[in-house]
Write a protein that binds this ligand. Structure first.
Ligand SMILES: *[C@@H]1O[C@H](CO)[C@@H](O)[C@H](O)[C@H]1NC(C)=O
Ligand SMILES: *[C@@H]1O[C@H](CO)[C@@H](O)[C@H](O)[C@H]1NC(C)=O
Ligand SMILES: *[C@@H]1O[C@H](CO)[C@@H](O)[C@H](O)[C@H]1NC(C)=O
Ligand SMILES: *[C@@H]1O[C@H](CO)[C@@H](O)[C@H](O)[C@H]1NC(C)=O
Ligand SMILES: [Zn+2]
Length: 565
């Protein structure tokens, strides 16, 4: 009895101490019982009441739906696939790139009202930048984006498509076709929402820029839109950017969530190359370059990749929100996530929970995929050249240099064991092991992008953006549902990588009710529910209204792009 009481007092004392520790650690005031999930309030424009009938029409009118489907179908019927081996310069194959002329003609003929209210600037032939001039040049323009191109449909997969991928088949509920989810729905929906606004007599105070690239799916190197916009308006001249990406709606551990991307992981393509003297296969050395590469591959795959769960990663807040709102998360997981900023053991448990239990390792670490390997030319000749290509997506807490050197670290002992020279090429060549007659190994970073700067979420720009999502989904689409809007990390990259100099407020979000993976983005049988598309139009309609009511705190003066009459 006495011992039991003693234990109880000890436990109580510990709890008090821990409580004090957390209170002190966070500068007082905040305890682990207080909400950490960044709360978002519903935002609706002041002009809502006078536009409510239009939003109702967009969301519920059968004729509007019908017309919208027809516009989407036409967008799918114009094929705008791009391929990895496309010419870098449009000039080198005008014929090939002319499909984007056809696409632009479709836009012109389908959206005459939009065209009569904007100026169009073609950048690098097929980059489309539309400027809808606002009346107040002291307001920073809003920039809305999507891309015109799509990934290809491979001949081999055609038989697996239930409907012709370029017909734009509509089954009464869903619309099918290549590029409908990634992201012609976004592109077309932007035109539709603008036209609905124009029909009401709306004329923006704040300039709205629409920017559509044409090679997003093949790295986007031909996209000069951002540079052009920066030349016209200057650096840090944009109110906010909204582009594809993010998770529009999903249920995570029983919590209905919308997770726009407020950052993006970094990217590295890295090649490991071994060159050895050739010779006849009848008198081989104990290990050929292919054998050595095999050992390097095993070493790279066995690398211990560290996990992170820190506020440097927007997904940190996403999971804090899941922990706070989930009716089904285990008490242990909930506790470890909510304490993870204050306590090492909890942080470790939280990382394990997301990585292993939820199978979302890509959220908490850099990932690597060994994607291409080739070498050797003939059965009776020793391979002189072997090449491995690895794709790495970099966690917010790491850099191009860290992930590349980690792979170098796996390669080096193998190179040393076989007496190979070793060179590391990132910004210039770095000699790691001296050149040898046995052969040479090169670790070469061929393509790179650091993790994106993080969009802030403690400002009015975020409140309006996230609050509009809440309003559209909680009040218009499905009255009385509760939606948690939290920032998250984009696992893939978008054209926004070219826009970092223009604003800190970059939101990756394609409205709708199906995230890209469920819509079979890039896959066979890509589709969207047409309802999703109507939500998208309603979102941009309201978002433009709200942004147009917002004021800027910084001085700014923008150039004037007027329509010549
Ligand atoms: C739209 O309406 C027209 C006329 O009623 C009809 O012929 C057409 O099939 C409809 N289109 C869709 C996509 O429902
Ligand atoms: C749109 O098409 C019309 C008719 O072909 C043409 O006159 C006009 O110049 C086009 N607009 C733009 C911005 O290209
Ligand atoms: C939503 O909630 C309000 C107030 O609780 C109620 O009056 C209304 O009928 C509800 N709407 C729906 C569609 O459930
Ligand atoms: C952003 O600005 C910096 C400094 O002027 C420049 O070096 C960089 O190329 C710019 N980035 C992009 C994507 O244009
Ligand atoms: Zn895309």
């Amino acid at each position: 009895m006495f011992r039991e009481n003693g234990a109880r007092y000890l436990a109580l004392g510990l709890l008090v101490a821990i409580g004090l520790y957390f209170g002190l650690y966070t500068g007082g005031g905040v305890t682990r019982y207080e909400s950490q999930c960044p709360s978002t309030k519903t935002h609706r424009p002041a002009a809502f009441e006078s536009h409510k009938h239009v939003l109702d029409r967009i969301l519920h009118d059968p004729d509007f739906r019908n017309e919208s489907v027809t516009k989407l179908q036409k967008a799918i019927q114009i094929r705008t696939e791009v391929h990895d081996d496309d010419t870098e310069l449009v000039e080198d194959d005008f014929e090939y790139w002319s499909k984007f002329d056809k696409f632009e003609e479709y836009l012109n003929s389908t959206f005459p009202l939009f065209y009569s209210h904007v100026t169009l600037h073609k950048v690098n032939y097929h980059g489309l930048v539309y400027i809808w001039q606002g009346s107040n040049q002291n307001l920073k323009p809003l920039l809305l984006m999507a891309h015109q191109d799509t990934v290809p449909v491979s001949e081999d997969s055609l038989s697996q498509w239930e409907h012709d991928p370029f017909a734009g088949y509509y089954d009464g509920t869903n619309l099918h076709g290549r590029g409908i989810a990634d992201c012609k729905d976004q592109l077309v929906g932007l035109f539709e929402s603008a036209e609905e606004l124009i029909k009401t007599g709306f004329a923006p105070k704040r300039t709205i820029i629409y920017s559509f690239g044409f090679d997003e799916e093949v790295m986007g190197n031909r996209n000069k839109n951002a540079k052009w916009i920066e030349q016209q308006y200057g650096a840090d001249s944009i109110y906010a950017v909204v582009d594809e990406g993010g998770v529009n709606l999903d249920t995570i551990e029983g919590v209905k969530m919308s997770v726009p991307g407020t950052a993006e992981k970094g990217y590295v393509d890295l090649k490991v190359i071994i060159e050895t003297p050739g010779g006849h296969s009848s008198i081989p050395p104990p290990h050929t370059s292919i054998g050595m590469m095999g050992e390097m591959i095993v070493a790279i795959e066995n690398l211990d990749i560290p996990t992170y769960f820190t506020p440097a990663n927007p997904a940190y807040w996403e999971y804090v929100c899941v922990a706070e709102h989930s009716p089904q998360i285990t008490p242990k997981a909930k506790k470890s996530i909510l304490n993870s900023r204050f306590d090492k053991a909890s942080n470790k448990d939280a990382r394990k929970y997301i990585d292993i239990d939820l199978h979302k390792g890509f959220v908490v670490k850099s990932t690597q995929a060994l994607d291409i390997v080739f070498g050797g030319v003939k059965a009776n000749a020793l391979p002189e050249y072997v090449e491995l290509t690895i794709n790495v997506r970099i966690a917010m807490e790491e850099t191009v240099e860290i992930v590349s050197r980690r792979i170098l670290g796996a390669v080096e002992p193998v190179a040393e064991k076989y007496g190979l020279g070793l060179t590391f090429r990132l910004n210039g060549d770095e000699k790691i092991l001296d050149p040898k007659s046995q052969g040479h190994c090169l670790v070469n970073v061929v393509s790179l992008l650091e993790p994106a700067p993080v969009t802030p979420i403690n400002d009015e720009e975020w409140d309006i953006f996230a609050g509009t999502i809440k309003h559209v989904y909680e009040d218009l689409v499905a009255p009385n549902q509760t939606l948690v809007v939290a920032p998250g990390i984009g696992s893939g990259n978008t054209d926004t990588k070219w826009y970092w100099n223009l604003t800190r407020h970059i939101y990756r979000y394609r409205p709708g009710q199906l995230p890209g993976v469920y819509s079979k983005e890039h896959g066979v049988n890509e589709f969207i529910p047409v309802d999703s598309h109507l939500h998208l139009i309603a979102f941009f309609y309201e978002y433009i209204l709200s942004v147009d009511e917002a004021e800027d705190t910084t001085e700014f003066s923008s150039p004037l792009f007027q329509i010549e009459n």
